[in-house]
Design a protein around this ligand. Structure first.
Ligand code: ZN
Ligand code: ZN
Length: 374
């Protein structure tokens, strides 16, 4: 049974892109097209997949919009292969293969033949030979059974099988792919029938052949698998992505704007508050110390802000609580703290300068927004 997994869907998306290119622009180079579907173990199509996803979605969206529907859908279709595999004392049949996207849609049959060396199962070497193949003059043709991967593209494997005289190339999937198959892209290798079968099926046939059993396969064209559904899926994903992205950007812009507005309001409020406090502080009484004042005597006090002894001619600020300090020390202190450093009396409150409720709300809201955004 043919099953389309995530890898197949990815391949389909790329197949859609290929179809788009084929529709109007120049055709892609054969090697690039084949490698893009993972013919090699590390094809260029796999590199940068996460960062390329967005571009892929955008390109698929453009393809879906710009390509005429019927032609795009036809080019992006794959056909299943009905297989009848038989050997000396057994057989099995079923829709177990998938025609390559560039394969002729024709039946094929013949003896399945492996590459000569166990190391050459992927048929990547130019020297790969199929010495088990029947002579060309015989009535029975032969099909090359080749393993996927090995560092070369599907097109390379299929072309090599065609050059050696095979009627078809039967490529079986990676070992970790289980029972899955995908539609191969093998631009430039369209001469013979090319199908993919699952690893499990390929491995079973390989073991039979290795044991000296002759295995034949009849390939017939099965059902069409349309990719049109995938185009709508990609379209849906693209639209969803743009909606989510637009909503995210909108939220961010809104938060940033609010944050800026609140920060400005907070700054303006603080400036006004500071100006009012400065004006109120300047209204408090000043006193200049003279010789003989008790503050300048041997038992005199020292300023608790700067810790210096008071001296004659020092200019002092007398607070509402009657404590005195250097004017140059206490004025900045009050602007910063608002209270007397000795008795903790709230001088600004006594002077009628209070932080308004509005300012408190603004400051709280600003800090909340900052927390949310950061
Ligand atoms: Zn001082
Ligand atoms: Zn005081």
């Amino acid at each position: 049974m043919v099953r389309f997994d995530g890898a197949v869907r990815g391949a389909r998306s790329r197949a859609v892109l290929g179809a788009c290119r084929g529709g109007g622009g120049p055709a892609p180079p054969p090697a690039a097209a084949a490698a893009a579907l993972g013919g090699g173990a590390a094809g260029p199509g796999r590199a940068g997949m996460p960062s390329g996803f967005l571009l892929l979605v955008l390109a698929a969206l453009l393809c879906a919009v710009l390509s005429p529907g019927p032609r795009g859908a036809a080019a992006a279709a794959a056909w299943t292969a009905w297989l009848n595999v038989s050997w000396e004392n057994g057989w099995e049949a079923g829709e177990g293969g998938l025609y390559g996207l560039d394969s002729p849609l024709q039946p094929a049959e013949g003896l399945l033949v492996l590459p000569d060396s166990p190391d050459a199962l992927s048929a990547c070497s130019e020297f790969t030979n199929f010495s088990g193949a029947p002579p060309a003059s015989g009535s029975l043709g032969w099909l090359a059974l080749i393993q996927r991967g090995g560092g070369c593209s599907f097109a390379h494997k299929i072309s090599l099988a065609a050059d050696r005289g095979a009627a078809a190339a039967v490529i079986y999937n990676y070992p970790n792919a289980g029972n899955e198959v995908l539609p191969m892209s093998h631009h430039g290798a369209e001469k013979i029938v090319a199908i993919m079968i699952s690893y499990q099926k390929g491995e079973k046939i390989r073991k039979l052949i290795d044991n000296g059993t002759k295995v034949t396969m009849v390939i017939e064209v099965g059902k069409k698998q349309s990719f049109s559904m995938n185009i709508f899926t990609i379209l849906f994903i693209s639209v969803s992505f743009f909606v989510v992205a637009a909503a995210t950007v909108g939220c961010y812009v809104s938060y940033s704007a609010r944050r800026l507005i609140i920060a400005r309001a907070q700054s303006r409020e603080q400036r006004q508050l500071r100006a009012r406090a400065k004006k109120a502080i300047e209204q408090m009484q000043l006193r200049t110390l003279k010789e003989g004042d008790k503050e300048t005597g041997p038992d005199g006090d020292s300023c608790v802000v700067c810790f210096e002894q008071y001296k004659p001619n020092d200019v002092m600020r007398v607070l509402t609580c009657n404590h005195v300090f250097h004017k140059t020390c206490i004025d900045p202190w009050l602007l910063e703290h608002g209270t007397c450093p000795l008795c903790k009396c709230d001088i600004l409150k006594v002077l009628g300068v209070e932080v308004s409720v509005e300012a408190v709300v603004v400051v709280a809201a600003a800090s909340h927004i900052v927390t949310l955004v950061l």
